[in-house]
Design a protein around this ligand. Structure first.
Ligand SMILES: CC(C)(COP(=O)(O)OP(=O)(O)OC[C@H]1O[C@@H](n2cnc3c(N)ncnc32)[C@H](O)[C@@H]1OP(=O)(O)O)[C@@H](O)C(=O)NCCC(=O)NCCS
Length: 182
């Protein structure tokens, strides 16, 4: 999963700067703390091609991960100072909720990533469908996610998959998708 993460996320994502070891524990941590995780596999090639992690504790799990790996994360920020202002803004927004809008939905896709050789072949769509089918079974009627504004491929993908914009801030677009629960 870490390898796939590194080859599918570009340098604008802070996690793309994590080394393999920190990324491994990050992904393990997120899967352990969130209820909906999926992988896609190319059975012919016996190859792991994509994954999706979703849950209603994404923020809590990131905060706990940072707390548990505080020194490593600080070292990484010092090595990549371009992310320092971004992280400070995130902290201020969390501390003073009136400054930053908050999504109405706690259930969030935290990461979706497809191996770059497999992108554009419907794998992301299948992962979303698997998630939505389980959310509907669990009577969850909406979920959300956010995407960085420069990630045009992903924005196009979410628009095609009928997500609606909930709000935007300087860095990201927040999307929400309603599900039909019978
Ligand atoms: C965004 C992402 C998850 C989409 O998954 P996917 O399996 O490639 O998408 P699908 O094949 O199901 O859907 C294809 C649509 O997504 C968009 N898209 C996905 N990959 C694309 C690519 N490599 N080039 C152009 N468009 C792409 C297009 O709108 C495309 O529609 P089209 O085929 O009609 O042109 C995948 O591209 C990815 O992992 N990107 C890198 C990681 C990332 O940015 N994750 C999202 C973070 S919020």
């Amino acid at each position: 999963m870490s390898e796939l993460h590194i080859n599918s996320f570009d340098i604008h994502h802070f996690t793309s700067r994590f080394g393999r070891e920190l990324l491994n524990s990050y992904l393990k941590f997120l899967i352990a703390h969130n209820n909906y995780s999926y992988v896609a596999i190319d059975e012919e090639q016996n190859k792991f091609t994509g994954y999706l992690i979703c849950g209603d504790k994404t923020e809590k799990s990131i905060n706990l991960f940072i707390k548990n790996n505080f020194v490593k994360v600080i070292k990484l920020l010092l090595k990549n100072p371009i992310f320092i202002i971004e992280k400070i803004n995130e902290i201020i927004t969390k501390l003073i909720p009136l400054i930053g809008k908050k999504s109405k939905t706690e259930m969030r896709v935290f990461i979706i990533a497809i191996d770059n050789k497999y992108q554009g072949k419907g794998t992301g769509y299948l992962l979303l469908k698997a998630l939505e089918s389980d959310l509907i079974k669990d009577s969850i009627s909406q979920y959300g996610l956010s995407v960085r504004k420069e990630n045009k491929k992903a924005i196009e993908f979410y628009n095609k998959n009928l997500f609606k914009i909930e709000f935007e801030n300087k860095k990201s677009i927040f999307y929400i998708k309603k599900l039909v629960v019978r």
